[in-house]
Design a binder for this molecule. Structure first.
Ligand code: PEP
Ligand code: MN
Length: 382
C-alpha cells in the first residue's frame, strides 16, 4: 500500500483495540527475569484494577554487552502463564523479525519497537515484514534523538503494512548534556507528532524519562495534564535487585501509591456552564493572539523602515548597548508582569532576530535598487 507523504493516517484508538475507555495504563518489569518474578508482579498489578496491559522485556537492548540481555524465547511461556493466571494482556519489545514471529506464535497481544530500533528504518522495515498482514497491535517508541520525522517515519512504516492498531510511546530523548532526566522529554515533539497524526494515541513512559523511581510520579502527572493517552510504567517486585533499570522501577506498593495520587482530569466536559465560560476564555485568547500578531507585524514594518533609513544615511551603527538595554528592560518588565524570565528572554531574542532579518532584507533590496551607497562596514542593530 502506497502512503504518500501527506496522507492522513487513520489509526484506531485503544478503545477499539479492546482496552476500554480511559487512559491506557501499561505496567510491568523492565525485563522478564523469572516466571515467579513475572507472576508476582502481574498478580499485584491485576489487583489494582487500573492496569490494562502487562509489559516485560525479553530481549534487552543493553548499551554494554556485559549487561543482562534478557531471558529471550523461554520467557514467552512465562508470559503465557501470566495471561492464564491474571487475564492481563501482555506486551513485549521486538527488535528483529525472529522476535516478532515468536511473539505472534505465542499470542503476545501487543508488541513494541524500542527507541534504538526506531532509530534505524532498516530494522523497522525488517520487523514489519514479519508482521505484515497480521493486524498485530504495535507501539512505537520515540527514537533516541529528537527527530520527529524519524519517529513519524517508523509509524508510517507500521501503517503501510496494513496495521491500524498503533500507538506511540514517548520515552524522551538522549541528553547530550547533564540533565535531571535520564531521557529529556521535549514535550513539544510529542505535541508535534500528535498534531501531525491526530488519531494516534501517544502514551508516556515516565520510567525511562526519569531514570529514578522517585521522579516517576511527577512526570506521569505532567503527561496526564497534557492529556496523553496513557502511561507505560516499569514495576518490579524487588527493584533494588532487578537485573535491568534498577533505579527507575517502582515496586507494586509505590506504583499503587502513585496511581492513587495522580489526578486524572477529563479532557472535556458536557457541563454547559463550563463550556460557555471556556468558550468565552478562548475568545479572549483568540483576540489577544490576533492583537499580538498585528503588533508583531507593525514592529517588523518599523524594523524594515529602519533598515532603509540606516542604509540611505550610510550609517555605521553598532549598538550593542541598545540590544542589551532592550533585553534588560523587556525582561524586567515581563518579570514585573509575572512572566517567566527565561520565557520572556526567549521571546525577545526571537523578535530581535526577526527584526534584524527584516532590516537586512530591506537594506539588501534598497542596495540592489541603487538607493544607498555600496556596503560599508554597516553593522546591523536596532
Ligand atoms: C524498555 O522499555 O525497557 C526499553 C528498553 O525502552 P527504550 O526502548 O525506551 O529504551
Ligand atoms: Mn527498561
Amino acid at each position: 500500500m502506497a502512503l504518500s507523504g501527506d496522507e492522513v493516517m487513520d489509526i484506531e484508538k485503544t478503545v477499539s483495540w479492546g482496552f476500554g475507555e480511559g487512559p491506557m495504563i501499561i505496567a510491568g518489569p523492565c525485563s522478564a527475569e523469572s516466571e515467579e518474578q513475572l507472576l508476582a508482579t502481574a498478580v499485584a498489578l491485576k489487583a489494582t484494577g487500573m492496569v490494562k496491559l502487562f509489559r516485560a522485556g525479553l530481549w534487552k537492548p543493553r548499551s554494554r554487552p556485559s549487561s543482562f540481555g534478557g531471558e529471550g524465547l523461554r520467557a514467552l511461556d512465562w508470559l503465557r502463564r501470566v495471561k492464564e493466571e491474571t487475564g492481563l494482556p501482555v506486551a513485549v519489545e521486538v527488535a528483529s523479525p525472529l522476535h516478532a514471529e515468536a511473539c505472534l506464535k505465542a499470542g503476545i497481544d501487543v508488541v513494541w519497537l524500542g527507541a534504538r530500533t526506531v532509530s534505524n528504518p532498516f530494522s523497522v522495515d525488517e520487523i514489519m515484514s514479519a508482521l505484515r498482514g497480521t493486524g498485530q497491535p504495535v507501539m512505537v517508541k520515540n527514537p533516541l534523538s529528537p527527530d520527529v520525522d524519524l519517529w513519524m517515519g517508523a509509524i508510517e512504516r507500521v501503517y503501510k503494512t496494513g496495521i491500524r492498531k498503533i500507538a506511540a510511546v514517548h520515552r524522551g530523548f538522549t541528553p547530550y548534556e547533564k540533565s535531571r532526566y535520564r531521557n529529556i522529554p521535549k514535550w513539544e515533539l510529542a505535541i508535534e507528532l500528535r498534531s501531525r497524526i491526530p488519531s494516534l494515541p501517544v502514551i508516556c513512559d515516565p520510567s525511562h524519562m526519569s531514570g529514578k523511581a522517585g521522579f516517576v510520579p511527577e512526570i506521569a502527572q505532567k503527561a496526564l495534564d497534557m492529556n496523553m493517552a496513557g502511561l507505560m510504567v516499569e514495576v518490579h517486585p524487588d527493584p533494588s535487585n532487578a537485573l535491568s533499570d534498577r533505579e527507575q522501577q517502582l515496586d507494586p506498593v509505590r506504583f499503587i501509591a502513585m496511581m492513587e495520587s495522580l489526578v486524572f482530569r477529563r479532557s472535556t466536559s458536557d457541563d454547559s456552564g463550563f463550556l460557555n465560560r471556556l468558550e468565552e476564555m478562548r475568545n479572549q485568547i483568540d483576540s489577544i493572539d490576533h492583537q499580538l500578531i498585528e503588533l508583531l507585524a507593525s514592529r517588523m514594518r518599523i524594523s524594515s523602515e529602519m533598515g532603509e533609513f540606516k542604509c540611505r544615511n550610510d550609517v555605521t551603527v553598532f549598538q550593542l548597548e541598545r540590544w542589551l538595554e532592550i533585553l534588560r528592560t523587556r525582561t524586567q518588565h515581563g518579570i514585573s508582569e509575572g512572566l517567566d524570565a527565561e520565557f520572556i528572554g526567549t521571546i525577545i531574542r526571537m523578535i530581535h532576530d526577526e527584526s534584524i532579518r527584516c532590516q537586512d532584507r530591506a537594506t539588501e533590496q534598497l542596495r540592489r535598487e541603487g538607493g544607498c551607497p555600496p556596503a560599508s562596514q554597516q553593522v546591523k542593530e536596532e
